[in-house]
Design a protein around this ligand. Structure first.
Ligand code: DX5
Ligand code: ZN
Length: 211
C-alpha cells in the first residue's frame, strides 16, 4: 500500500512536538533530512536532534552529507531506513549498506535528478529501497521536476519488489503523477506542514477524495 512520509525540514522547531503529533496523525513515516553544507549547500539538523525525537512513526534518514560511511551506523541506530546518495560513490554506498544492514536496518539509495537509472543498475541485485529526487537536494519548497518520475516506471519494471520513494515538490498537482508512475512512498514537506489545513493537504497527496 502506498505510504505518505512527511519531511520535517520545514517544521517549527520551537514546537517540534506539535509537528511530530501532526505527522503521526497524517503520515505513515517521518522523513529526516540531514544536510552538512558540503554535499549540499545548506545545513539542517543531525544526530542529536534525531536521537531526541520521540515518535511511533518509522523514520527515514536522508543523508545529504559527505563521508556518509563515517555516520551511517550512528543514524541507523535511530531509524528504520537510512538513505545514502548514489553520488557519493557506489563503493561508499556498499560500505554504508553493510554497516546499516548489520544493525538490522534498511539501507536505501538516493538518485539526484541528473543521475541516470543506469548508473545504479550494477547494484540492482542488492537494492531494496530507492529514493528518486525530484528536486536538487538541499532545500525544501522547490518545484518538482516531474520528468524524473519516468525513473520510477523503469525501476518498477526492472525489479517490482523495490520500495520506490519520491522526494521534492510533492503537492496536489505532482502527487497524482508520482502515484501513476508507481511510487510507493510519497515524501512531502512544505505542502503539508505549511498548509492552512494540513489534513486536507495530506489527503490530496494520498489521493483520498474528501467531500
Ligand atoms: C530536499 C529534501 C526534501 C524536502 C521535501 O533536499 O530532501 O525532503 O525537504 O520538502 P518539500 O516537500 O518542501 O519539497
Ligand atoms: Zn529528503
Amino acid at each position: 500500500m502506498r505510504k505518505l512520509a512527511i519531511s520535517i525540514l520545514g517544521a517549527d522547531f520551537m514546537d517540534l512536538r506539535s509537528t511530530l503529533e501532526l505527522c503521526e496523525s497524517l503520515g505513515d513515516r517521518l522523513h529526516f533530512d540531514v544536510m552538512d553544507g558540503h554535499f549540499v549547500p545548506n545545513l539542517s539538523f543531525g544526530f542529536p536532534v534525531l536521537a531526541s525525537l520521540k515518535t511511533r512513526l518509522p523514520i527515514d534518514a536522508h543523508l545529504m552529507i559527505a563521508n556518509p560511511e563515517q555516520y551511517a551506523a550512528q543514524y541507523a541506530a535511530y531509524c528504520d531506513t537510512v538513505y545514502i546518495h548514489a553520488e557519493t560513490g557506489l563503493d561508499i554506498w556498499l560500505d554504508c549498506a553493510n554497516q546499516v544492514r548489520s544493525l538490522g536496518k534498511n539501507c536505501g539509495i538516493v538518485v539526484n535528478p541528473q543521475t541516470a537509472v543506469e548508473d545504479i543498475l550494477p547494484l540492482l541485485d542488492q537494492l531494496t529501497h530507492i529514493l528518486i529526487m525530484s528536486v536538487e537536494p538541499g532545500f525544501g519548497g522547490q518545484e518538482c521536476q516531474t520528468s524524473v518520475f519516468e525513473k520510477i516506471r523503469t525501476l518498477k519494471q526492472q525489479k517490482p519488489s523495490l520500495v520506490l520513494s519520491v522526494d521534492g515538490g510533492i503537492n496536489a498537482k505532482t502527487a497524482p503523477l508520482a502515484r501513476d508512475a508507481g511510487a510507493d512512498v510519497l515524501i512531502s514537506g512544505s505542502f503539508i506542514l505549511k498548509a492552512k489545513d494540513p489534513a486536507h493537504a495530506a489527503n490530496l497527496v494520498r489521493g483520498v477524495s474528501v467531500s
